[in-house]
Design a protein around this ligand. Sequence first.
Ligand code: SF4
Length: 231
Amino acid sequence: MELNTLQHISIAELCRRLRRRYGRVEFPAPLPVLDELVATILSQNTTDANSGAAFERLSQRFPTWDGVRRARVAAIAAAIRPAGLQQQKAARIKRILQTLHARRGELSLEFLRSLPAAEALAYLRAFPGVGPKTAACVLLFACRQRVLPVDTHVHRLSLRLGLVPPRTSAANAHELLAQLVPARHVLEFHVLLIRHGRQVCHARSPRCPTCPLLDACPDGLRRLPYERSAP
Ligand code: SF4
């Protein structure tokens, strides 16, 4: 299916409306690339506050990445407990550090900054447990490459807005949205859709009548008669 047969609003207009609601989006100060990778793993399935606390505790308990690489999984898990799923995340972080050390003999990913985006993505995806969203987050936020991460909010809103065909998986949405979202809008598209997903376009009960995208949203327009008549 052609993407432009589905789309009811331009990406520029979508970003303009959400910017008016949530404000301008700027890049945060970039972290070292390996720090961003670990921080992104910690952020999976939890809040920014919890993952931030876990990263802080991990840095205090292990001042170097080599210390984490050599530590037992249980000790890493104890340090990152605020992030939740600590056993799984600790094992993943340790495996990544071991793999990186074996590949390069050092614990740094700074060389990714000078690689083309596709090559850097492939390098990151080859680590155990690093999926397309995590790899894209690292490239976008640490390297400021215009690579779009599709998290649960971006995925849900893209489906509802008809930006991708119905039932498109998050993995496939990465490829489709990469073609659709111009490089200059990638950061704000990602950040603004997450804000909108958290504040208005909730998974279970989107607040469509208050949504600035309603007139361009097939899913919202379908829901509206029901929502208006609901008690
Ligand atoms: S109209 Fe409703 S479903 Fe569509 S983006 Fe807005 S809140 Fe989400």
